[in-house]
Design a protein around this ligand. Structure first.
Ligand code: MSP
Length: 500
């Protein structure tokens, strides 16, 4: 089994506050990172902010502040939200860090020396909002955000992207797991069906990484997408002064990179082409997930339809937001975001099924057993087997990035617990009641292991209530009977109070 796991999210633009879409990719990466840590791997989880380019410069000008100030403030806001959501990243990269600029210039120079970057003049329509040149077929309007583009003509350096069309196709044919999911593979294959134009790698924008001395370009900075993509390398200290490349050697290449389907051309074509040109191994998988929609459109700040994650954390709790995003829709397809759907899932899965189960049996242990877990009775073999036997299936779900399926299976264990409790009715105080309560505590200990990557704070709270914080967690603890009778429980308030 692979002993390391490197996972990344896109780095987010700092022109506006974080929204639900940003949270989506980040909690997904967090669930993967936590899962692989639980399996005992050395994990590196990278996220951060994309702070350069004319989009950020324009937003700063509009608010009457410097781009540095805007970037600092917004990046801090992302960092704070990740803290609220319990995101366990190992590194938060900002593209304004000097070490990152060093990596960008280093790779630029490598490609120049290899002849994959050359001088030329670019003429075309540029969409500032998407930081992207449009193709001739697009006309004046950006196909993605539907804004008018600007005409630009400038001396630039080009990346010989055209040269990599055949190598990319070959690579993808040999490594079908590189582009996931399958429907995105079809799209990427379509993009590679025609010729690939070379890519202009500089912009006349003073808010960006300056070119290396060997390739001068007065007034030019490195194209923000080239700058941004290289964060996946600079985040590990590749070609930058800090460190001795140890992290890079330990973690490269990425095991999985998560992106939204809005940025597949950058991540499935330009990014691997840069890596091939730089002589570096390619990521195992770049997985493009679907969009959250509101009013039938992609949720985005610019369309004014973005839900505010800070507000959802306040109203429902950060754990509920993590859970909803990964449980509601299979990763990879679009989902409709609405407060009604959020509340429904919150009430049914978290308040009723999970919260109630814990609350009910802890309460009974408190009232009828002096607050300590009673001795084990007979092992409920089918219940124990149902809980323990799904572990390999959960592993398969995580390998397929199927959070939806994983949570569905985990819910079935919780549902089995509720059913068992209703059938055995330990509140009646019959002879087997103590053993039944023991079994419910033990079942909860087991499903907490499964829930940890998704609901880490909730699992922490349940383990505290059950008095089992000292017991090992993780796959090694998947054995019936580890809960120690006599352990003191502390009931507390409902974990997820019902919402009207
Ligand atoms: N800065 C670039 C990425 C550079 S990566 C080298 C960028 N930033 S962004 O702020 O626009 O974030 C885009 C990412 O946010 C998407 O790829 C996706 O991960 C997430 N989402 C933004 N809106 C989304 C939805 N409506 N739905 C789901 N995820 C979305 O692009």
């Amino acid at each position: 089994m692979e002993k390391k796991f490197y996972v990344t999210t896109p780095i987010y633009y700092v022109n506006a506050r974080p929204h639900i879409g940003h949270v989506y990719t980040t909690v997904a990466a967090d669930a993967l990172a936590r899962w692989h840590r639980m399996l005992g791997k050395k994990v590196f989880f990278l996220t951060g902010t994309d702070e350069h380019g004319s989009k950020i410069a324009a937003a700063a000008e509009e608010s009457g502040v410097s781009p540095e100030l805007l970037a600092g403030e917004m990046s801090g806001r992302f960092g704070k939200l990740w803290e609220t959501l319990g995101i366990s990243h190992d590194r938060f990269i900002k593209t304004t860090e000097p070490g990152h600029a060093e990596t960008v210039r280093g790779v630029f120079l490598d490609l120049w020396r290899r002849g994959d970057i050359y001088r030329g003049t670019y003429e075309g329509n540029y969409c500032v909002a998407c930081e992207n040149y449009l193709s001739a077929a697009d006309g004046d309007t950006c196909p993605d955000c539907r804004r008018n583009s600007e005409k630009l003509a400038e001396d630039t350096y080009f990346f010989r992207l055209s040269k990599y069309r055949a190598p990319l196709r070959e690579f993808m044919a040999a490594h079908p797991e590189f582009v996931q999911p399958g429907r995105i593979r079809d799209e990427v294959e379509n993009m590679l069906a025609g010729p690939l134009p070379d890519l202009s790698l500089t912009r006349r924008c003073n808010w960006g990484v300056g070119l290396p001395e060997e390739t001068p370009g007065p007034g030019l900075t490195v194209y923000v997408w080239f700058d941004a993509l290289l964060n996946y390398l600079s985040g590990l200290g590749y070609r930058s002064g800090d460190g001795d490349g140890e992290k890079f050697r330990a973690f490269w290449p990425p095991d999985i990179q998560l992106v939204g389907k809005d940025i597949i051309r950058f991540h499935h074509i330009i990014w691997p082409a840069i890596l091939i040109a730089a002589g570096l191994p390619l990521p195992r998988t770049v997985f493009a997930h679907g969009w959250w929609l509101t009013g039938g459109e992609k949720m985005s700040k610019s369309r004014g339809n973005a839900a505010d994650p800070e507000e959802y954390c306040r109203l429902y709790g950060a754990e509920a937001l993590r859970y909803f995003l990964l449980a509601e829709v299979p990763f990879g397809i679009d989902g409709v975001f609405s407060e009604a759907a959020f509340r429904k899932r919150y009430n049914s899965d978290l308040a009723n099924d999970l919260g109630n189960l814990i609350h009910r049996f802890c309460h009974l242990i408190t009232t009828s057993h002096h607050g300590v877990i009673p001795p084990a009775g007979e092992t409920p073999a089918p219940l124990a087997a149902a809980a323990l036997d799904i572990f390999p299936e959960l592993g398969e779900c995580m390998d397929r990035v199927d959070f939806f399926g994983y949570l569905e299976k985990t819910r079935s264990v919780i549902a089995a617990g509720n059913l068992y409790m209703d059938e055995k009715a330990p509140w009646r105080g019959e002879a087997d009641a103590p053993g039944v309560l023991y079994n419910l505590a033990e079942l909860s200990r087991i499903f907490c292991i499964y829930l940890e990557p998704f609901l880490p704070a909730t699992v922490g709270a349940i383990r505290k209530r059950l008095g089992i914080t000292g017991l090992p967690s993780g796959p090694g603890a998947l054995e019936w009977g580890r809960t120690v009778a006599g352990t003191r429980v502390s009931p507390g308030e409902p974990l997820f109070p019902r919402k009207k």
